[in-house]
Design a protein around this ligand. Structure first.
Ligand code: HPA
Length: 274
């Protein structure tokens, strides 16, 4: 819970409005190693997080923290280069502050990406997975505390958390562009350690296809505020609980960068048709 959330959001919104040429339509969260897409944005304004009132500041190496405003595939976009994680010590409400600001600035479609471990036995490192649903196992919720009814409802539906229409569009674009796209359920754990073999098996058993440490708080808040969401995981490593092979953070980052190009191609194709 953030004290005075409404006032803080208004201050961040005003700060950004004074510096951007027009309202963004699409928000993009560039996850781990997927910053490559940032290079394709025709940039108009870049603003480091630390300049923006009440924005958290990222602590993880390799997570550069700035907002990028510009156009991508003819759409006005606002991208977060570097995101915040629960494991860094922020609350889920703090992690999602920038998502709320996106909505206030005019964003109606949010595209999120992350790196994740695959627990579906068909998955291979480097696969792209479109998120069809999630399970939140992060022991915090960004909506905990008094609800600000001007932002969204007390009990928002999560029935279509990853918008069906956008998913259909993504499938069509992937087919046309020859991008191999998996689909599955993303399970969010708090991290920061990677999972034990028993935990990977648990994630699979409860219905997960991939596991990671982000994204779900952002998606909850985006739905709270009425945004349509599309989410993708780059499967950086796969976990076979019966023949565990340890994943390292270095492997995860290297694989995310390699598969990031495919995802960038897909996202650009989707934006063209929005
Ligand atoms: N577990 C959790 N998060 C991850 C993983 C994983 O195996 N790979 C990339 N992010």
């Amino acid at each position: 819970m953030i004290e005075d959330l409404g006032r803080k959001l208004a201050e961040a919104e005003q700060y950004l409005r004074e510096r951007i040429p027009a309202s963004p339509e699409v928000g993009i969260v560039l996850g781990s190693g997927l910053g490559g897409l940032a290079e394709d944005i025709e940039k108009e304004v870049e603003i480091p997080y630390w300049d923006i009132p009440h924005f958290p500041v990222s602590t993880v190496k390799g997570h550069r923290g700035k907002l990028i405003f510009g156009t991508l595939s003819g759409k006005r976009v606002m991208a977060m280069q570097g995101r915040f994680h629960y494991y860094e010590g922020y609350s889920a409400a703090e992690v999602t502050f920038p998502i709320r600001v996106m909505r206030l600035l005019g964003v109606s479609v949010l595209i999120v990406s992350n790196a994740a471990g695959g627990v579906n036995p068909h998955f291979r490192p480097g696969d792209l997975m479109m998120i069809v649903d999630h399970i939140n196992l992060i022991p915090d919720n960004p909506l905990r505390g008094p609800n600000d009814d001007t932002l969204g409802p007390r009990f928002p539906s999560m029935h279509n958390a990853y918008d069906r229409g956008l998913r259909d569009l993504a499938i069509e674009v992937a087919r046309k562009k020859g991008v191999f796209l998996r689909q599955g359920v993303y399970v969010a754990l708090p991290g920061p350690n990677l999972e034990t073999p028993a935990e990977y098996l648990f994630v699979r058993t409860i219905g997960g296809d991939a596991v990671g440490m982000s994204t779900v708080p952002e998606v909850i808040v985006a739905n709270h505020m009425g945004m349509k969401v599309l989410g993708f995981s780059v499967i950086t490593n796969v976990a076979n609980p019966y023949q565990p092979e340890p994943a390292t953070h270095e492997e995860v980052v290297a694989m995310a960068e390699r598969a990031g190009g495919e995802l960038a191609r897909l996202v650009k194709g989707i934006l063209e048709l929005l």
